[in-house]
Structures are given as C-alpha cells and as structure tokens.
Write a protein that binds this ligand. Structure first.
Ligand code: XLS
Ligand code: NI
Ligand code: NI
Length: 435
C-alpha cells in the first residue's frame, strides 16, 4: 500500500536535472571533508509539520490534503499516520525524525488513557524503525496546546499543572528511550508571561529549573543517555519566553547548575524573532560548547511571526554549515526541518518539493562552506586580525601573567596603537566568490 503512489524515491541527479523529484545538490554519498553528506547533515523530518500540520493560519482553517487521515482522534488513525510518515522518510531518504508526544498519539480523557495510546503508537514506531533503519533524533512533550497549559507548564502558577506537565515529560522521556532517541528537547512556548502584572518571575524560573532537574534525574534513573536540549525562542505564543535566545538560555542553565546536561537546539526563525541572525545564535552557543542541534527553517522579513518556511537561502545554509564544520560536525544533533509548507501549497507533492529544496539548499551550503575553508583566506584574515594577542603584551594578558600597573607602565613607553581595517566589504566579496 502506497500513500504517495505518484512520487518516486528521490535520487541524486545532479545540477543539470530538471526533475522536480530529484536532488540537484544533495548527493548522500558524496564525501566532503572526509564524511558523507548524509553523515554531515543527519537530516530529520518533523512529525508535527509533515503529518499534523493542516496549514491553517489565524485567519483560515486547514487546507492540506491528507487523504490517509480520517481526522479522528483514534489510535488507529495515529497508527496509520505513522505508516504514511515512514513512507515519506523512505522516499525522501531522510534518516531521522522528531516528535511531540501528542503529534504521534492522541491526547485522551485521562493521562492514563493518553499514556496507553502513546505506548501503542510507539510500539508501532519501533517496528517501523526496525524495518527501515530510520532513527529518532529527539522527542519532546507538547506542553503548550492543551488549555491546561494556557498559563505555562513548568512555569504555571498552578502546582497541579506543573505536576501534570512533569508526568507528561516522564511519559515522553520513556517513549524517547524506548525508540532509541538520541536527544530530548524542551521548547517552552508558554514558559514565559503574557503580562508581568500577574507574574512572579523568580518563582517561575525556579520552577522551570526544577522541571529540568527532575528530567535530568529521571534520565539517570532509566538509563537515558541522550542529549538534552533547550530550544530558544523569544516570544510567540507568549509575550516573552524565558528561553529567549542563546545567551539567555546559557545564563539560565549556568545559574541553575544545568549547563553540563543541556545543549541548545537552535532554530533560524527563532533567532530572527529575537533580533539576531542564526549565525549570531550559533556563534554564542558554540563559544560555550553548547551548540547541539538545529531546527532548520527560515522566516520572512515581512511577516513578524514564526513562519517556519523551508530553508532556501544559500547565504543562510552556508553560514550554518560553516559553524557546523567549525564545531567538528554534529554528534547527537542534526538538521531537523522544523518547517511547513505555505498554506497555498496544500498537495502532498508539496511536502516533497519542500524537503527536497531544503536538503539541496543545505548541500549547496555545505559545499560552499567547505570551499571557503579550503581556500583559507577568511580564516587567515581573522587569525591575522587577532595576531597581536599571540605574543608580547597580548599573550601576557591572555595568560593572566601581567597586572594592571605593569600594563600601564608598558603603555607609557609605547607608541600610540594603530589598528588595521576590518575589511568587511572585502570579506563579503570573498564569500560571494563562492556562492
Ligand atoms: C515552535 C518550536 C517547536 C519546537 C518543538 O516554534 O519550533 O516546534 O521545535 O517543540
Ligand atoms: Ni523548533
Ligand atoms: Ni519554531
């Protein structure tokens, strides 16, 4: 039984191909810097967008055609969706996936019933994984859709809601462990506030940290050795989200003694909403050795929300792959297409066009990033720009082997400092040589 009977298995045909169902740039087996493209990217598909996003927006209902879905909240429907999803993974050649508990299985009248449904669906997912070799990049709990979470989950003013959320995290971690998930993500869509008038921020932050510590302790208890991630986002749906950007997350993790247990899962559109570039967010995370995984998408400069578009901007994919290569590649993380089609792209074929385009855009980004590294001029420029720190007064300051008064004495007997041009335009031109 095929749910996408008209779609072939997507193959690499090269830049000359005019076949919309072929890769023009992404050749999974091509070797770059000693690793296949497939290993570099560790592409993942997001269950919530591929299977559960009907493409509604605040002004109109769903448009996506999903002929396989009977729109019921039944476990049978959920099991069938899993089959459709694995055919999608097979045809696109995407090796990993990510989910929220409530994407894969329905939320029912009681937690016990929801847990039982989750168990049934994960049994089936495990079978599908074994049959296909597909893997779970990370799992997470949906702690933002149900009305009980309207005022937060880990940061709810209600201790009972916190406890419910914790119980849901436990079940989602059990599911992630069962499926061999390589990570577990916390994205706190409602872990923030709508107004400070009714908010005890300090208490909410303490509670959020308590939730994460509970998860870390539970991971030890059940033998979950995957990587924990926090996914920063500044707002939407909350007015202010506590995990607003890389720097805020790192400060939070440090303050609450969690930095050893968490890395960041960075999403381009969230960086944009925070007023940063993705390159900025990745640079901040990498400097703290906390760059874990990437939710690959892009925003629209003309729309001020998380439009989650498929990444097609080659400058963007190049900058992301420059950082991934600089880091030495992903370990537990990967590139998860947390991206949805436009509401106008409602046919199943559009799911394929979207992912093919994203994979090709990243393949070009990887080739360009690797060529820029091989060329060496950019790295040489940066090294030279800081070379005054390699010897003399700079080396002494870096080594902390000189005092403030010794520095002052040195300056009194030295000429006025000169600095070289930052050469921004030259470097921008250099990047364009490769794009
Ligand atoms: C929403 C987030 C969400 C997380 C997973 O903006 O990107 O999809 O990735 O909860
Ligand atoms: Ni995301
Ligand atoms: Ni998002």
């Amino acid at each position: 039984m095929s749910y996408f009977p008209d779609i072939p298995k997507i193959q690499y045909e090269g830049p000359g191909s005019k076949n919309p169902f072929a890769f023009k740039q992404y050749d999974p087996n091509a070797i770059i810097e000693g690793k296949s493209m497939r290993e570099h990217f560790r592409f993942a598909a997001a269950y919530w967008h591929v299977m559960r996003n009907g493409l509604s927006d605040p002004f109109g209902g769903p448009t996506a055609l999903m002929p396989w879905d009977d729109q019921s909240n039944s476990v049978d429907n959920a099991l069938k969706r899993a089959d459709v999803f694995f055919e999608f993974l097979d045809k696109t050649g995407i090796d990993y996936y990510c989910f929220h508990d409530r994407d894969i299985a329905p939320e029912l009248e009681t937690l016990a019933a929801s847990n039982a449904a989750l168990d049934k669906v994960t049994d089936h997912l495990l079978d599908l994984q074994k049959a296909t070799g597909k893997k779970l990049l990370w799992g997470t709990a949906c702690l933002f859709s149900h009305p009980r979470y309207a005022q937060g989950a880990g940061t709810s003013p209600s201790a009972d809601v916190f406890a419910y959320a914790a119980a849901q995290v436990k079940a989602a971690m059990d599911a992630t462990l069962k499926l061999g998930g390589e990570g577990y993500t916390f994205w706190g869509g409602r872990e923030g506030y709508s107004t400070l008038l009714n908010t005890d921020m300090k208490r909410e932050l303490d509670h959020l940290a308590a939730m994460l510590h509970l998860a870390v302790d539970y991971a030890k208890k059940i033998g979950f050795t995957g990587q924990f991630y926090i996914e920063p986002k500044p707002r939407e749906p909350s007015t202010h989200q506590y995990d607003s950007d890389s720097a805020a997350c790192l400060n939070f993790l440090r303050e609450y003694g969690l930095l050893d247990h968490f890395k960041l899962n960075l999403e381009t559109n969230h960086a944009t909403l925070a007023g940063h570039t993705m390159l900025h967010e990745m640079t901040v995370a990498l400097a703290a050795n906390a760059l874990g995984s990437v939710d690959a998408n892009q925003g629209d400069e003309l729309i001020g929300w998380d439009t989650d578009q498929f990444p097609t901007d080659i400058y963007l994919t190049t900058s992301i792959m420059m950082k991934v290569l600089e880091m030495g590649g992903f370990t537990t993380g990967g590139l998860n297409f947390d991206a949805k089609r436009r509401r106008e792209s409602h046919e199943p074929a559009d799911l394929f066009h979207a992912h093919i385009g994203g994979m090709d855009a990243f393949a070009r980004g990887l080739k360009i990033a690797s060529a820029i590294r091989a060329d060496g001029r950019l790295a040489d420029f940066v090294a030279k720009r800081y070379s005054s720190w390699d010897s003399g007064i700079g080396a002494k300051i870096e080594a902390k082997s000189i005092s403030l008064d010794e520095i002052a004495t040195h300056v009194l007997s030295s000429p006025e400092p000169t600095i070289a041009s930052g050469r921004q335009e030259l470097l921008e031109n250099l990047i364009n040589e490769f794009i």
